[in-house]
Design a protein around this ligand. Structure first.
Ligand SMILES: Nc1ncnc2c1ncn2[C@@H]1O[C@H](COP(=O)(O)OP(=O)(O)OP(=O)(O)O)[C@@H](O)[C@H]1O
Ligand SMILES: [Mg+2]
Length: 355
């Protein structure tokens, strides 16, 4: 049974890049490294001299320390150092034992410092994550009151017929919404990195779900025409997942379609299905994406640098978050694009059941 690309990516994110690795994962890793070292050392006894095997042990320490930090690194240092010296060394030269002891001490000192450096890197990253969390939450409250007051102001100014001032106050509302969205993206990125992105799954009637998102988007995106098409009007198809997170993915794709295409151009959203999967696609008729960049656009912080789009702002997080959410739902996201003509982004999700 082969793992699909997105499943591999999900496992890598969970067990390798997450900053929130469990106790079992960290110490289990030490165990795996120790066993791998013993096996390699036993099987390749003839080829591995004293120094090569010491380097091998050091590699094991680096991996453990990088994965788990100080304590797993130190445990690996002690276990591999002792195993290497006492079980595999043959003392048939004069002064061999003294030399082995000196090597062992140097090895332990090196291992300790490698573990210390790894621990400080892990801590620095955790501090970055908690700082972004703290700062984002602190920024959200004043932004919410700015938006609230701007809304009151806007209503009054419309009533009293001050069109220019009313326009300024709706600009404040728009900009504070933008800032809130950016902060939410940062918080989501933090949660993904910290392994704390939570999901509340339920069965979702996909047609109703997509329609209601499109209706809401039409209220917000007024300078584009969003056209929705489906051949599933009579089918009751359900997918299993988190409504809020899935809506985030479709909103991201439509927001991109609006952002990277000229005013008043169409955005076509369609919902289709095959036997096992549904496909939601979002098509725009905008700037498109360079062929060489197509494989990079789902990377964190990647943004195309082209004169035609350089004035458009963003953090380069929307597609990364979208892809992470879709992978978590055992789906995929794909893109087709022609520069100057437009792009089609498609989300594929497994069908849970038909009603
Ligand atoms: N529909 C599209 N048409 C053209 N280029 C696109 C489209 N969608 C995404 N891109 C390109 O991919 C890049 C990454 O998109 P992504 O949504 O991740 O970030 P962003 O829109 O720049 O910022 P944000 O974090 O606010 O979403 C964009 O900067 C843009 O260059
Ligand atoms: Mg975006």
């Amino acid at each position: 049974m082969f793992l699909r690309k997105e499943q591999i990516q999900r496992l890598i994110n969970k067990y390798i890049f997450s900053q929130n690795k469990s106790y079992w994962a960290r110490y289990g890793f030490v165990f795996i490294i120790t066993i791998s070292f013993i096996l390699t050392r036993t099987l390749a006894q003839v080829f591995l001299g004293k120094y090569i095997s010491l380097h091998l042990a050091l590699l094991g320490v680096m991996l453990s320390a990088w994965y788990g930090g100080l304590i797993p690194g130190v445990i690996t240092t002690l276990s591999l150092g002792l195993i290497n010296t006492y079980f595999f060394q043959t003392h048939n030269i004069r002064l061999g034992i003294a030399e082995d002891l000196i090597l062992l001490v140097i090895f332990i000192i090196e291992g300790f410092f490698i573990s210390l450096v790894s621990e400080s890197l892990i801590r620095a990253n955790m501090q970055k994550i908690s700082f972004i969390n703290f700062a984002s939450h602190e920024l959200k409250n004043p932004l919410a009151s700015i938006r609230g007051f701007a809304e009151i102001l806007n209503k009054k100014l419309v009533q009293k017929n001050f069109p220019k001032l009313a326009e300024y106050s709706s600009d404040i509302i728009e900009q504070s919404d933008r800032a809130t969205n950016l902060i939410n993206d940062l918080l989501d990125l933090n949660k993904i990195e910290g392994g704390k992105f939570t999901y509340r799954d339920e069965s979702i009637n996909i047609l109703r779900f997509v329609k209601s998102i499109i209706e809401n988007l039409r209220l917000v995106i007024k300078d584009h025409k969003i056209i929705f098409k489906t051949d599933l009007e009579k089918a009751d198809i359900f997918v299993y997942g988190d409504k809020y997170r899935l809506s985030q993915t479709l909103i991201n794709l439509v927001a991109n379609a609006a952002k990277y295409s000229p005013k008043d151009s169409d955005i076509k959203v369609s919902l289709t299905s095959s036997k096992r999967r549904i496909r939601i696609s979002v098509q725009d008729f905008g700037f498109g994406i360079e062929r060489n960049n197509l494989h990079k656009i789902f990377n964190q912080h990647f943004r195309e640098k082209r004169p035609s789009t350089s004035y458009i702002r963003g953090l380069g997080l929307g597609l990364y978050i979208t892809q992470q959410i879709i992978y978590r739902h055992k789906g995929t996201v794909s893109v087709k694009s022609t520069p100057g003509k437009g792009s089609i982004f498609s989300i594929y999700l497994p069908i849970q059941f038909f009603n």
